[in-house]
Ligand binder design. Structure first.
Ligand code: TRP
Length: 332
């Protein structure tokens, strides 16, 4: 389905430091794909507004999000990296799409329903703490996707419904006004649910079991040494498939290294402490350069600004063209 002519689009929410699970499930495939396809990639600072009300925090998190993808090797030739809020056409398309989006669709959005359920459980008003930014979040996301004529939208499984809403909205629009929008297709990261954290459960901020992606070496080591294992002695054979250590190692090593490590588990003779050290050294070798580059960029924010400005400049003509098409269709 993916040929070179396809336009890829993705938004990255500026929400602080990612962990290894985010990297393996989402960032790594995204960055690898950036080498082959024309990609619109933006930092979704407008989407962050419905929860973050501190401009300094949004600004800092936006830099962090940009620095992290750049440090991890984003191809900025194929990829236009920009700030969502830097393209004024997005606000306009958002307003226009409001008028073809059924309210019922928003009522069914997972994120809004989760907020309602929490309120109901707490005996609060169903809409307590819900602003219109949160309620209409999927319309803004549809505007993102449709503004840049995206063919494919790689997202985590939690975002699949939003891409489906974008299709619904595009379909509804095309039905009313004639063929105006392309139908975007979601690509769901298959791996994202399966990366184990320190305690063996899915790596997730909400379980407090994450390993930070670009933390200093000492912190990375400390975390890895804290991975929970069973109580097998060094001599006993171990099952790599059920070991968090091995499951993480798999994503950083070559095929032959993986086979060899699996063998060391099965043969017995390797204690978990040794296995953790091997894992640490592997991950550290892969992340050492990105970590340095991340730190360098965060010290040189004007460099990030220049990259984001250039990305916006390249992305904007598409946005202008789409918005004109939509205005013509709706307003004559
Ligand atoms: N909602 C996405 C998230 O929370 C971020 C996002 C905003 C996005 N706009 C998008 C993703 C458009 C893909 C396409 O992760």
């Amino acid at each position: 389905m993916l040929n070179k002519d396809k336009i890829v689009l993705t938004g990255i929410k500026p929400t602080g430091m990612p962990h290894l699970g985010n990297y393996i499930g989402a960032l790594k495939p995204l960055i690898e794909r950036s080498r082959g396809f024309k990609t619109f990639m933006f930092i979704a600072d407008l989407h962050a507004l419905n929860t973050m009300h501190n401009p300094d925090e949004i600004r800092e998190h936006t830099y962090q999000a940009a620095a992290k993808v750049l440090a991890l090797g984003l191809d900025t030739e194929n990829t236009m990296l920009f700030r969502q809020s830097d393209i004024p056409e997005i606000y306009q398309l958002n307003t226009l799409l409001m008028n073809v989006t059924p309210k019922g669709l928003m009522n069914r959005a997972h994120s809004y329903k989760a907020a309602m359920d929490k309120n109901i459980a707490n005996n609060a008003d169903v809409d307590a703490g819900v602003n219109m930014g949160l309620y209409t979040y999927p319309i803004l996301m549809a505007a993102d996707i449709l503004l840049y004529n995206a063919d494919v939208v790689p997202v985590g499984s939690d975002q699949k419904q939003h891409v489906e809403f974008a299709r619904d909205i595009a379909g509804h629009f095309n039905h009313l006004y004639g063929d105006t929008f392309k139908m975007p297709t979601p690509i769901i990261g298959s791996e994202s649910g399966l990366i184990p954290g320190l305690d063996g459960r899915k790596m997730s901020k909400s379980y407090d079991n994450t390993i930070p992606l670009l933390a200093p070496e000492g912190e990375l080591k400390k975390k890895i040494m804290r991975i929970i294992t069973d109580s097998k002695t060094p001599d006993e054979p171990k099952d790599p498939e059920t070991s968090t250590i091995f499951q993480l190692y798999k994503h950083f090593a070559t095929d032959s290294e993986i086979a060899e490590f699996a063998d060391m588990f099965k043969r017995g003779g390797m204690g978990y402490g040794t296995a953790k050290t091997i894992l640490f050294e592997k991950i550290n070798a892969v992340l050492e350069k990105p970590r340095e580059e991340y730190e360098r960029l965060m010290e040189n924010k004007s460099e990030i600004d220049a990259i984001l400005a250039k990305g916006a400049e390249r992305a904007r003509p598409t946005a202008i063209e789409t918005l004109e098409r939509v205005k013509r269709a709706m307003l004559g």
